[in-house]
Write a protein that binds this ligand. Structure first.
Ligand SMILES: [Fe+2]
Length: 126
């Protein structure tokens, strides 16, 4: 069995603001302090540990698989907040979602410039 991702670090100008931005979108509780991190546990046992960083933040890409109902909730909060969103990863298809692989998908940027993707169907490769 392949190894399961347990946690990863996400650099942020403000760790709680960054973690809270995602937590609120996906309907999760307030991130918890853990050492120097603002920790956001996700389904599947993986935790995102937001860490305050100085200097330039290298944008990461984080993709989240959600149910159709969860997508409705996430996308509703995106539009309610009037956040810019895109159908594609290169800011293509502004204010549109995609229907790749028979599902729905959308890209947004968090306050630190990380690219967040929400999909209802995982990528089909090969
Ligand atoms: Fe992706």
């Amino acid at each position: 069995m392949p190894a399961r991702l347990d946690h990863t670090i996400v650099h942020s100008r403000d760790r709680f603001a960054g973690a809270r931005f995602l937590a609120e979108l996906i309907g999760e509780p307030e991130p918890k302090p853990f050492g120097p991190f603002a920790s956001l546990p996700l389904a599947g046992g993986v935790t995102l540990d937001y860490l305050d960083a100085d200097g330039d933040i290298v944008p990461q890409h984080l993709a989240f698989l959600v149910s159709e109902e969860e997508f409705d909730g996430v996308f509703g909060r995106i539009t309610e907040r009037e956040l810019p969103y895109w159908a594609g990863p290169e800011r293509n298809g502004p204010q549109e979602i995609n229907h790749n692989f028979g599902g729905r998908g959308v890209y947004i940027e968090d306050p630190d410039g990380h690219s967040l993707e929400f999909i209802t169907h995982t990528y089909v490769i090969g």
